[in-house]
Design a protein around this ligand. Structure first.
Ligand code: SAM
Length: 237
């Protein structure tokens, strides 16, 4: 109980305006290489709400898991026979971290939406755990895979609207022969992972994918992320 309260307060503190500002100046003066913006424009694209629901309806999926629910904007929208939402702070159906949830979980899911802590190491764990509990023919979706500029993905976080470095975990999956991985050009980038033979394997040997840097992504994002439009994605499902 006390542990959960401390965790909640800590999350609030690191996301407070003053702490974000402090880290913004740290990045500005010591890290940013002034590459500018890639220019992704998600304005006329589908939202994650309709994308997730259309996939669930098309595949007649019955079990949905959402990691990171916040104010339930997506979670409440989704119409699915069984829904589980995990978040240590708000929303969903289970008040806990994804790590703790997976330790005791014994259910499988058809569709898993990963949108919890947006840091490479946590997203990597969330993907690995999700693969363990994914039904055959299921799908894993990840939010916030296409940052537009350095600050959108900087660690530590330095602004409220933030993708984090989720993109690095997706690039790593792209190099796995047994995962078929895409990024849908919509709603800040929706990562898509199928548990099947990789149809467009990325040759990008890297010992530690957390060491990928924004410059590599800035210049090679199309190849690294395997970006596709929603119309093409839905044909693959
Ligand atoms: C971007 S919000 C989720 C938004 C929601 N999925 C949607 O589409 O409307 C991220 C949420 O992840 C939660 N979170 C942070 N760390 C987490 C963790 N370790 N496990 C699960 N959720 C986490 C935060 O509390 C926050 O509510």
């Amino acid at each position: 109980m006390i542990q959960k309260l401390i965790r909640k307060k800590l999350i609030r503190l690191i996301n407070s305006k003053k702490v974000l500002r402090l880290f913004f100046y740290y990045h500005k003066f010591f890290k940013d290489k002034k590459l500018g913006s890639i220019g992704f424009d998600f304005n006329n694209k589908k939202t994650r709400l309709s994308i997730v629901q259309e996939i669930i309806s098309k595949k007649k999926y019955e079990n949905y898991l959402e990691i990171g629910c916040f104010d339930n904007e997506l979670f409440n929208y989704i119409n699915c026979k069984k829904k589980v939402g995990v978040d240590p702070v708000s929303g969903g159906t289970i008040r806990d971290t994804s790590d703790n949830f997976f330790k005791t979980n014994n259910e499988n899911f058809d569709c898993i939406f990963i949108d919890g802590l947006h840091k490479y190491s946590q997203v990597k764990k969330d993907i690995q755990n999700s693969l363990t509990f994914l039904n055959n023919d299921g799908i894993i979706l990840l939010h916030d895979c296409l940052p537009n500029n350095y600050y959108d993905q900087a660690i530590p976080r330095c602004q409220w609207t933030w993708n984090g470095d989720v993109w690095k975990a997706l690039v790593e999956c792209r190099t796995d022969e047994n995962l078929d991985v895409y990024t849908c050009y919509a709603d800040f980038g929706i990562g898509v992972i199928f548990k099947r033979k990789n149809q467009n394997l990325l040759e990008y040997p890297k010992e530690n994918f957390s060491k990928l840097n924004f410059e590599e992504y800035f210049h090679n994002h199309k190849k690294l992320m395997n970006i596709i439009e929603y119309n093409d994605l839905i044909k693959l499902i």
